[in-house]
Design a protein around this ligand. Structure first.
Ligand SMILES: *Cc1c(COP(=O)(O)O)cnc(C)c1O
Length: 495
């Protein structure tokens, strides 16, 4: 199977090249030229498989440069019991009113990024081998919190790689900061940038494109790569969990094979929900995707207001920080597929976005989008109410991101009367965003986030995940703070 850039279908590569490169040289995103269908034999076999086997089967449809044994081995290592707290890698919790919560946060960093970032290092190092690349891969990551830690945990001590994470010094929660600065591993570096997330991201882009830095890397036998969701190697593993959740619902007798479900996702960069859309194209019976946003509701407007994407609006900091985003990069991949892989249309829209900060989908394309997607948003007050309601009525504790999705789903169901069973992606452990959850439940706030873990346990009787508890008393290894003007010097830390 070949991969092409969303902005130039003439730029054709194999899966290993797409994963090793991360992003296409023209700034587009690599996409498979066809979306593979699951066969009847696949559907017969999938429900009886464990998560690892399901993931390997789905990945095998896309990553045709890899053998089945390779992928099965990667999945076994990535989703091992000791990393995900047991064999139930991505369990589904059935609540009232058609809500089926797909918990994607049982991995080592307690957010859904682990589902992809635990397997990406295996895919990336194997891809480098397959294309004959012998240089050390330096993974650069700019993060607003969850991606940084998950990437560090995934790449720590992986031979042939080094990883450098940049975070905005005042833009991450104390818990996220402690998770990153206490990271173990001989090949990891963590640097705080004075500025916000956009500053960190543009600083990283500068490193990627600086010619002198490129020479320096070359002289040291190193090359750069990327671990964010523009990399196909991060997106592909996410397709598997929607198919897995469906199989679990079939196994539980909640639905019959062939019945339709809805999928509701708390969305930021549009990676997670796009993986669901790809699962549908492979044959997963999905009625509607419900795209849930917080107060940064650029996507709600896009889906509800005729396909106008307009990022010229205020940026809000919310209690669901991983969804605080105004440019949802992976929407570009959706545009590519609904336009029938029309690279020209996609390039034009992306150029308008770059120049004017907005674009409008042609009506014929918007109709296709509207057939599959619905959308909604809620603010922090409604998010807190949803956390409290879920806990009081259903004894289910959710983090603020998941709560946004639950709230938006309930709005959708009330407005449409659509009672289709709905898989709601739960993207983080409530303990990872303790402060907002304790506040929502009316508890007393402690000084720091780590003590907050005990406050949440006292309120709910639930215990915090082991990786978060292990942060208590840990000493930070990394305390470097740099001005963005000096970002290029930080590369010497990797040499
Ligand atoms: C990254 C993240 C999201 C947003 O996911 P996208 O794939 O960027 O849409 C939602 N919730 C949490 C907790 C996250 O870490």
């Amino acid at each position: 199977m070949d991969y092409v850039s969303t902005r130039n279908a003439g730029l054709r590569v194999r899966a290993a090249q797409a994963i090793a490169a991360g992003i296409a040289p023209d700034g587009g995103l690599f996409c498979p030229t066809e979306i593979p269908a699951l066969t009847q034999a696949d559907w017969d076999a999938l429900p009886g498989m464990d998560y690892r086997a399901r993931a390997a089967l789905v990945l095998g449809k896309y990553l045709t440069d890899f053998t089945g044994e390779e992928l099965a081995g990667f999945a076994r290592k990535a989703y091992a019991d000791d990393k995900f707290g047991g064999p139930d890698t991505a369990p589904v919790m059935t609540l009232k009113d058609g809500k089926h919560i797909l918990e994607l946060w049982h991995g080592p960093t307690c957010a859904f990024k682990d589902m992809a970032l635990q397997i990406l290092p295996h895919l990336l190092t194997a891809s480098l081998q397959k294309i004959g690349e012998t240089r050390t891969a330096c993974i650069l990551v700019a993060t607003s919190g969850d991606t940084g830690k998950a990437a560090l945990e995934g790449f720590a001590d992986v031979p042939g790689t080094k990883i450098m994470v940049y975070y905005p010094v005042d833009g991450v929660s104390p818990m996220q900061k402690l998770q990153m600065t206490t990271q173990a591993g001989d090949n990891v570096e963590v640097v705080a940038i004075r500025g916000n997330f956009d500053d960190a991201q543009s600083a990283v882009k500068r490193i990627f494109t600086d010619p002198a830095t490129a020479d320096k890397m070359q002289a040291h036998g190193m090359l750069f790569s990327s671990a964010n969701s523009i990399n196909w190697g991060r997106l592909a593993p996410q397709i598997a969990y929607y198919i897995s959740a469906y199989c679990d619902l079939v196994q539980a007798g909640t639905i019959r094979m062939g019945d339709k479900i809805n999928i509701c996702v708390p969305t930021g960069n549009f990676g997670n929900i796009l993986a669901g859309y790809l699962a549908k194209q492979m044959g997963l019976p999905v009625h509607k995707f419900i795209c849930a946003s917080n107060r940064n509701n650029v996507l709600t407007d896009f889906f509800k207001k005729g396909g106008v994407y307009d990022k010229n609006r205020p940026f809000y900091t919310t209690d669901s920080p991983s969804m605080d985003i105004l440019i949802s990069s992976n929407l570009e991949r959706l545009l590519f597929y609904i336009s029938g892989q029309n690279d020209k249309v996609v390039s034009e829209l992306m150029e308008q976005l770059r120049q004017e900060g907005r674009y409008t989908l042609p009506a014929s394309l918007f109709d296709k989008v509207a057939a599959d997607f619905d959308a909604g948003f809620c603010d922090d007050v409604q998010t807190a109410q949803a956390i409290r309601r879920l806990w009081e009525d259903e004894r289910y504790l959710s983090d603020p991101h998941t709560a946004v999705a639950v709230q938006v789903y309930e709005q959708y169901r009330a407005q449409t009367g659509d009672a289709t069973p709905t898989v709601i992606a739960s993207t983080a452990s409530p303990f990872k965003f303790c402060r907002a959850v304790v506040e929502a439940l009316g508890g007393k706030l402690e000084q720091d986030d780590v003590s907050q873990l005990d406050a949440l346990t006292a309120l709910t009787g639930l215990s915090a995940p082991a990786p978060l508890q292990a942060l208590k008393g840990k000493q930070p290894r990394f305390d470097r703070v740099v001005d963005k003007a000096n970002i290029l010097d930080t590369i010497d830390l990797l040499l």
